[in-house]
Each structure stands twice: as C-alpha cells, then as structure tokens.
Design a protein around this ligand. Structure first.
Ligand code: ZN
Length: 241
C-alpha cells in the first residue's frame, strides 16, 4: 500500500552501526517524534558493524523509535567490482587520491534506496552521517553531492524530502561532543562500547574510544577525535572518562 502523504517531522536515519550514524540516530530521536532506521548489506568484509545495529537501537530505544529496514545490496555492489571495503585487499591510497576503501556510487545507491523506503513509509526527512570535514575525501560524502541528490530524488519521486547531514561540518572531536550534548556520558558510553568503526572488524582490542585495531584509517580518525575531545574538556569532566 503506497502512502501518498509525507509526515513533515518523521525521519529515516541511515544507520550502519558505526559511531557517526549512531550519533545521527540520537540526534534524530532528540528532534523528531517518529524515527525509523535503514541499514544496508553490501558485502562488507566484516559483519561486525551490522551486528552492532540492534544493540545500539536497543540502547537508544524510546517510544519515538520505529521500524528498522535492512536492504540487501550485496549482489548489486558485489557485481560492480571489488574494493578494499568488500574484499580482502590491503587498504591503500590510489593514484586518484582516494583510498581503495571507496566504493563508487555506494552512498548514492544508499540514498536512493532510503528515499524509496521513505516514500513508501511517508517519511519526509532522511538523515545521513556523511561528513566533509574529517574524512578520506569520498566525493559522495560532500555537501554538494548531498544537495544534488536531494534535488534529484525530489524531482524523480515527486516528493519534498529533506536530506539532513548533522555531521557534515563536524570533525570527529565535535561528533563526540555532539553525542555528549545529546545524551551525556550515558550516550557517549553506548557509542564507545557498542558502535563499530574499524575497517578490519576488530572487536577484541579495547581502547578508551572503543573497540578496534587502532591502526586502520577509521580507527585512527575515531581515536584522534576522542583524544582531542577529551583534551578539550573541563578537567573535572575529563576525570569521569
Ligand atoms: Zn581499525
């Protein structure tokens, strides 16, 4: 049954189980009375991140949190060729200046699928944790790309979606700070214990900032952001971390 009206303050959050999307989920729950989540299987090397989704949803659950949608894009993205994100290839920089963890078109597909679900569910706001500030320069995370996608999706589906990117101009330290502002140390603890960012799927090595190998690009960003956030805090608060 298609829904032909949109609820202005209902949101769909692209939720991977990582730090950024968990922060976005908390942000949306603080702001909108109805929030659903969507996640994607795309042949990730490690299922760890997907396995973190349900515990994080459970930890953040309130009467505002609605359905979870999981879309399987493994065959689609797998059929487009391998990258270090989807195959057991060492992470390295390429001549293009992009790391080989870049999956061409991935976020564009994610946003298109999210809009299709949001269309069917009557959700107007689509929230994604992409960030231009502290990233590997993925072109599909840029503000211009997201604005262009919003226009394309609204024209192509004849809707008035609003693509929201609360982390676009925040570095990782500011993302930890946002979590603290939204939910205090309780939320920071959920994010550091339950979310997963490490490209290598490491859930055995525990650091102040959470689990991970500590050396892959995703771990380095998360760790450096944590250190900067902790260093910038009030000394009394610092002791509690
Ligand atoms: Zn790692």
């Amino acid at each position: 049954m298609m829904q032909h009206s949109q609820t202005g303050d209902a949101a769909l959050v692209l939720f991977s189980g990582g730090q950024d999307s968990a922060t976005c989920l908390a942000w949306a729950l603080a702001r909108y009375p109805h929030v659903e989540t969507i996640g994607f299987r795309y042949g990730q090397r490690h299922a760890v991140e997907m396995e973190c989704r349900e515990p994080v949803r459970h930890a953040l659950a309130s009467d505002r949190l609605g359905e979870d949608h999981v879309v399987d894009l493994a065959a689609t993205i797998g059929g487009l060729g391998q990258t270090a994100m989807t195959a057991d290839i060492a992470i390295a920089m390429q001549d293009s200046g992009l790391p080989n963890t870049f999956v061409p078109g991935r976020n564009l597909l994610f946003l298109t699928c999210a809009a299709a679900i949001a269309y069917r569910r009557g959700l107007r706001r689509i929230v994604t944790g992409v960030c231009e500030t502290d990233y590997s320069g993925y072109p599909d995370c840029r503000d211009d790309t997201i604005k262009a996608m919003q226009l394309a999706l609204n024209l192509g589906m004849e809707r008035r979606f609003v693509l929201e990117t609360p982390l676009m101009w925040r570095d990782k330290a500011a993302t930890w700070a946002l979590a603290y502002d939204l939910g205090g140390m309780a939320l920071v603890d959920v994010i550091r214990e339950q979310t997963h960012t490490c490209y290598l799927g490491n859930r055995t090595d525990r650091h102040a900032w959470g689990f991970g190998c500590g050396t892959c690009p995703a771990c380095l960003l998360r760790a450096q952001g944590w250190d900067r956030w902790v260093a910038g805090r009030d000394p009394l608060l610092r002791e509690s971390t």
